[in-house]
Design a protein around this ligand. Structure first.
Ligand code: GDP
Length: 443
């Protein structure tokens, strides 16, 4: 799994915070020491780790966290936001020219995955309705041209090479001319790589840059090389100037050091991530989703935010007290339902629960919001007394409520039963909680 090692360590550290009702500065300090170690072990740049931990600590020790009802969750939310920020915060899209063709130049060291990525990018763009042309400028590596031809074909893209031509700049210029005449809207230039950065390579790349004036120079780097990837990115940016990075082999990267440091160190965004050898295995890079993935959260953050928007802390606390004293009535039930409804369609909410999006079949499940409407109508057909004291709802009252809400008596019966059962369960929970606090019950 991507970033498995880092994810496991961070999740374990943060799990300890989650359950705590109150947090002290000491708790935060201890957790941040663990977070720091986890990031360093993941090969994240030392300075990046230092700044990151400092920021998270500062925010976590603030009043908004320590005095909130769920301080542990708030700290996790902050870690998530800062992780996302580290990787650029928002998705950085390809800079497509308003006057086609858009020229994308791929650069990188040998073996980073440049040629494969050229094919993947072409396929990605084809799926968006573009017509890409791939130009083979890697004239040094044996078989590189043939390899590009094969991936072009698989991606359904046009391929351009100039057999026998030993001048990469000339090939790039000719390819671009052809793309212009034939009206292709994207040109992807696959350049040569070397085992190490050397002057000749940089000169050739600079010359291609000068002649074809790319809209995007994207550096392809192997994420598994950790800090080396960051250094390579820095060198390419210093000598050639890059617009962004494509991180490859993320499928084998259990640490995540490159992904977490590149943007912070070079200020250049990661635009795509390659996650396998197949042509389909290229994803736009979303810093926020990547952060959630590292923390194993699904999109629980949006869920927390939605809940924060829908429930204010005062009324949440009042509701808790009511549940504790088993004073919970149909009026409270109705109020809770209306707050949940403010968060949006249930179907969308379910999708944000961690793990659910990966469960086959669940994606297409049809969750009926009408059921909520029905329950609401039944409660609204009750009198004030009935809502406060459901035990007075006898057979004739049930009939009246059913009629008033346009439902069957059986549906009213079902709701009454569900309500009684939930109340019983809440009572049990409260009692269990009390016993646990007194130390009578241990798990
Ligand atoms: P180039 O020298 O930079 O053009 O690199 P290639 O495109 O030839 O790729 C080198 C090797 O890395 C090939 O065996 C690719 O199949 C493999 N590769 C490229 N991208 C990925 C990726 O995202 N995941 C995995 N697992 N392998 C990849």
């Amino acid at each position: 799994m991507i970033f498995e090692g880092l994810a496991e360590k961070l999740q374990n550290t943060l799990k300890n915070l989650k359950g705590k009702g109150k947090l002290t500065e000491k708790d935060v300090e201890a957790a941040m020491r663990e977070v720091k170690l986890a990031l360093l072990e993941a090969d994240v740049h030392y300075k990046v780790v230092k700044d990151f931990v400092k920021k998270v600590k500062e925010r976590s020790i603030g009043a908004e966290v320590l005095e909130s009802l769920t301080p542990g969750q708030q700290v996790i939310k902050i870690v998530n936001e800062e992780l996302s920020e580290l990787m650029g915060g928002v998705q950085s899209k390809l800079n497509l020219s308003s006057k086609p063709p858009t020229v994308i130049m791929l650069v990188g060291l040998q073996g980073a995955g440049k040629t494969t990525t050229a094919g993947k990018l072409a396929l990605n763009l084809k799926k968006q309705g573009k017509q890409p042309m791939l130009i083979a400028c890697d004239i040094y590596r044996p078989a590189a041209i043939k390899q590009l031809e094969v991936v072009s074909e698989k991606a359904g893209a046009v391929f351009f090479s100039d057999e026998g031509n030993k001048d990469a700049v000339d090939i790039a210029k000719k390819g671009l001319e052809k793309a212009k005449t034939l009206g292709y809207d994207i040109v992807i230039v696959d350049t040569a790589g070397r085992l190490h950065i050397d002057e000749n390579l940089m000169e050739e790349l600079s010359s291609i840059k000068k002649n074809v004036k790319p809209h995007e120079i994207l550096l392809v780097v192997d994420s598994m090389t950790g800090q080396d990837a960051v250094n390579i990115a820095q060198s390419f940016d210093d000598t050639l100037g890059i617009d962004g990075v494509i991180l490859t082999k993320l499928d084998g990267d259990t640490r995540g050091g490159a992904a977490l440091s590149i943007k912070a160190v070079t200020q250049k965004p990661i635009k795509f991530a390659a996650i396998g050898e197949k042509l389909e295995d290229l994803e736009p890079f979303y810093p926020d989703r990547m952060a959630s993935r590292i923390l194993g959260m699904g999109d629980v953050l949006s869920l927390i935010e939605k809940a924060q928007g829908a429930f204010d802390e005062k009324s949440a606390k009042a509701m808790q007290d009511k549940i504790k004293s088993s004073d919970f009535t149909f009026d409270d039930f109705l109020e809770q339902m209306q707050q949940v409804k403010k968060m949006g369609p249930l179907k969308d909410l379910i999708q944000m629960i961690p793990g659910v999006s990966q469960m086959k079949g669940i994606k297409d499940i049809d969750i009926d919001d009408k059921e909520l409407v029905r329950v609401e109508a039944i409660i609204q057909s009750m009198t004030k007394q009935e809502r406060q004291n459901p035990s007075i709802i006898n057979a004739s009252r049930r009939k009246r409520i059913a009629k008033g809400s346009g439902n069957e008596v059986s549906q009213v019966n079902r709701l009454l039963k569900q309500f009684e059962e939930s109340k019983k369960m809440m009572k049990q929970f409260t009692q269990m909680n009390k016993s646990m606090k007194k130390g009578k019950m241990k798990f």
